[in-house]
Design a protein around this ligand. Sequence first.
Ligand code: PXG
Length: 297
Amino acid sequence: MKIYIDGKFCEKEDAKVSVFDHGVLYGDGIFEGIRAYNGRIFRLEDHLQRLDESARAILLKLPLPIKDIEKAIIETVRLNNLKDAYIRLVVTRGIGDLGLDMRKCKGGATLFIIADKIELYPEEFYEKGLTLVTSTIRQKGLDQVTPGVKSLNYLANILARAEATAAGAQEAILLNATGHVSECSGDNIFYIKDGRIFTPPTSAGILVGVTRNVVMELSHEKLGIKVIERNFPRYDLYGADEVFLTGTGAEVIAGVKIDGRVIGKGACGPITKQLIKHFREYANSTGTPVYETAKAK
Ligand code: PXG
C-alpha cells in the first residue's frame, strides 16, 4: 500500500507523523472520508469544498491549493490500483512544541492520504436494517467548534459508537442540548412519515454530509419528494414509518429498531429501498475519473 504524505509516496510502514504534531498532541486538524466507485471518485468537489471550509474555520492554511490536493488524491488511488476505495485525507496543524500556540507549528500543515479497500456493512444489513440507540453523549453546541467542521476531535462520536456496541446496536443517535435529534456518530439521519421525509437542519448541529445532500437531491428528482429540514425529538423517530441513515461509509441504510422500539415493519421499508437503489445507480455512474483523462461528470 502506498501512502501519500507531504508530497511523497511511501510504504505503509514508513508513513509516520511526529509525536510533536499538533494533530497527535491536540487533535488539531481536519479530515475527509471519501469513496471511489468503479474507478471514479464520488463527489470529490463537495469533499474538497468541505475540507476548505473546515480549514478556514480552524485557521488552518492548507499546505497545497485545492487543485493540487485533488491531484494528490487521484494519484493515491491510481498508485494503489483501486477501483472501489475508501479514501481518508487528513490535514494536521503540523509539528510544533508542547504548547497550544499554533504559531509554533512553523513548518506548516501535514497532509496525508490513505486509499484502501472499502469495508462495508454486510449486504444483509441493507435488507434487514440497523439497530440504533440514543447515546447519553450530547452533540456539541453551535457555540462550540461546530459539528459542521470535520475536525480530528472525534472522541464524542467514538464514545457514542461504543455505547451502541455495548447495547448490541450498530449506530448511536446524538441529541443536541435542546433534546432534538442531530445525527449519528458517523452518519446523518432521516425519517419518513406518511410519505414525507424529514431530516435535522444544520442548526441542529450536524456535519452537512455529502451523502445527505445527494440523497436530498435524489429524493426530489427521482421520487418527487422534497426532504423537509426541521428539528424533531427522538419520539418522532419511534413513530416513524421508516428511518434511514446516510454516510460515505454506510451509503443509505435503514434503522429498524431504536431504543428497543421497532420502527415501521421492522425491516428496510419501501421508500428507503428506492433511495438505496437510486443512490447505488447514481454512485456507479458519476464521479471524477481516476484512470481516464477525459472528465466524466
Ligand atoms: N455525521 C458525522 C458525524 C460523520 O462523521 C457523516 C455525518 C456523513 O457525512 P458524509 O459526508 O460521509 O455523507 C459523517 C461522516 C466510519 C466513519 O468509519 C464515518 C464518517 C467519518 C469517519 C468515519 O463509519 N462519516
